[in-house]
Design a protein around this ligand. Structure first.
Ligand SMILES: Cc1cc2nc3c(=O)[nH]c(=O)nc-3n(C[C@H](O)[C@H](O)[C@H](O)COP(=O)(O)OP(=O)(O)OC[C@H]3O[C@@H](n4cnc5c(N)ncnc54)[C@H](O)[C@@H]3O)c2cc1C
Length: 82
């Protein structure tokens, strides 16, 4: 992109932005699904309902493929470098 006025991003910055995007998406998903379970009351808590299946499926975004805490460590590590 030389000459286009766009800044070239380093590997660390890409890791930081990726971790931040996944962190935000995972947190938003968990928040929405938590509210959905609450709105459905007792049926949202029961394991054989669709909303409960979605809650358990979505919750893994905060744990699988790197946890939210590790994403924060990546973001803060990059911020402290600069
Ligand atoms: C459904 C599912 C599918 C998965 N698929 C894959 C896969 O395909 N490939 C793969 O490689 N892994 C996969 N995983 C593993 C997943 O990436 C790990 O569960 C995750 O990295 C957390 O590791 P852990 O379970 O050993 O927890 P731990 O490392 O024991 O962490 C436990 C808790 O402590 C926190 N913690 C740990 N270290 C720190 C620290 N330094 N600072 C702050 N907090 C910390 C964590 O954030 C977490 O909340 C999968 C997990 C699940 C549940």
């Amino acid at each position: 992109m030389r000459g286009s006025g766009r800044r070239r991003r380093g590997r660390g910055e890409i890791h930081k932005l990726t971790a931040a995007a996944i962190f935000k998406a995972a947190a938003a998903t968990s928040f929405v699904l938590d509210r959905a379970v609450q709105i459905h009351g007792g049926s949202g808590y029961m394991r054989d309902t669709e909303v409960n299946r979605l809650y358990r499926t979505g919750r893994v975004l905060e744990v699988g493929a790197g946890t939210q805490e590790v994403r924060k460590l990546i973001i803060s590590g990059e911020l402290l470098k600069n």
